[in-house]
Design a protein. Structure first.
Length: 94
């Protein structure tokens, strides 16, 4: 359904500075992350998240290349897409 996803919407993007500010306050005063450490941590999490997504996406495409009948079925039955993604992740996990 168009517009129903909360990923990447403006409301969530506006919350990011608040989330980072809260994250930077965890721990005792002498044990908190510096600004540079916080930036490095967030960068690492973003890279890790994009690597996993990209690699799983490639694995899913490889699975459909190896099983063209399943790709044909999915093209004719788009309603199966959510289940196909779950199955592709189960079939060839990272």
């Amino acid at each position: 359904m168009a517009g129903s996803s909360t990923i990447g919407n403006a409301s969530n993007a506006a919350k990011l500075p608040m989330l980072l500010a809260e994250y930077s306050q965890y721990g005792s005063a002498d044990d908190r992350l510096s600004s540079d450490e916080l930036k490095a941590t967030v960068s690492g999490l973003l890279v890790a998240g994009t690597d996993t997504t990209r690699n799983q996406f490639a694995n899913m495409h490889q699975t459909f290349i190896e099983h063209p009948a399943e790709w044909t079925l999915l093209r004719s039955r788009v309603d199966l897409a959510p289940n196909a993604v779950e199955e592709a992740i189960r079939w060839l996990p990272m």
